[in-house]
Design a protein around this ligand. Structure first.
Ligand SMILES: C[S@@+](CC[C@H](N)C(=O)[O-])C[C@H]1O[C@@H](n2cnc3c(N)ncnc32)[C@H](O)[C@@H]1O
Length: 274
């Protein structure tokens, strides 16, 4: 993404965490409970849909909400020879002019002069687009799949995994929504998972603290939060901490692998919101 965040997907990515959670949920909730379960920064929602299937098997009245700040990208074209790939808010990602695909958010190296030239053309094309298509038109794409604006054709590229999309269509208890993982949820939840987002090396310490506050404010008393990440250098091994909200604190109750590296931020005191 233009923020430098990478997305990875693979089946059973959080298996170790899911198994631990199954046991913990059983000890905390009964099948008749109407649980609200959220998976923030869910990317393609595949892992969330796998988790949803496990939860719904035991908790038929639960609702599972997978969310991310980017649910689709945009493919923008004015001619058949070239196109732009943008984020849903219009931030430029790539310029495509087959056989070339160049990034519009990172620099091309000086020893690739042709790529640099295409990057320059791509930026020019993007500026032409941005002059005529504004935030209002891009917002309309939340409800339609395609839009034509002064000869620019804008189409959505859905980022939801087909399996997650199928579950969403077949079972209204599983939803995929837009949500900012640094803002508290509209409603208190019983289980909240955030994997591979609150990494201080990528987003900085103050953003991790803001994320911890949002998680704390979103949890019901007795609710469970799972914070962690996969270490790709260790073949994707999962390191996560499971917390329980007790009184005005998040208390670690289980660790998977080495636990979360930002555990200390999540166990700090959260003063009452003003
Ligand atoms: C590294 S991916 C992790 C995805 C998924 N949780 C996983 O572990 O497979 C980070 C995700 O965070 C999302 N993201 C980045 N900033 C966000 C924000 N402020 N609110 C919600 N999601 C965000 C990105 O769009 C991306 O899907």
């Amino acid at each position: 993404m233009s923020s430098g965040v990478h997305r990875t997907t693979r089946r059973e990515r959080f298996r170790e965490v899911d198994v631990v959670l199954d046991g913990l949920l059983e000890s905390c909730f009964v099948p008749a409970d109407k649980l609200r379960v959220e998976d923030w920064a869910t990317s393609d929602a595949l892992a969330a849909s796998e988790f949803a299937v496990r939860v719904l098997r035991r908790y038929p009245y639960a609702e599972i909400i997978a969310s991310d700040c980017v649910l689709y990208l945009l493919k923008v074209a004015r001619t058949s020879q070239e196109l732009l790939i943008l984020e849903s808010d219009g931030s430029p990602l790539q310029y495509v002019r087959p056989p070339f695909v160049v990034s519009l958010c990172t620099d091309e190296r000086w020893f690739y002069p042709i790529n640099r030239m295409y990057r320059w053309i791509g930026q020019k094309r993007f500026n032409e687009f941005a002059r005529v298509v504004g935030a209002m038109e891009l917002k309309r794409l939340r409800t339609v799949d395609e839009l034509t604006c002064q000869s620019w054709v804008i189409r959505k590229i859905q980022l939801i995994h087909p399996e997650a999309e199928r579950l969403r269509q077949e079972d209204s208890r599983f939803r995929v929504e837009l949500h900012d993982a640094f803002t508290a949820s509209r409603e208190r939840c019983h289980v909240l998972r955030v994997m591979n987002l609150y990494n201080p090396h990528v987003i900085g310490d103050s953003a991790v603290a803001a994320g911890a506050r949002a998680v704390f404010d979103s949890l019901a008393e007795g609710g469970i939060a799972v914070i962690g990440r996969n270490d790709e250098a260790e073949g994707g091994a999962c390191h996560a901490t499971v917390f329980k909200r007790r009184d005005r604190k998040l208390v670690p109750v289980v660790r998977v692998g080495r636990g979360s590296e930002v555990e200390g931020v999540f166990t700090s005191d959260f003063p009452p919101a003003r």
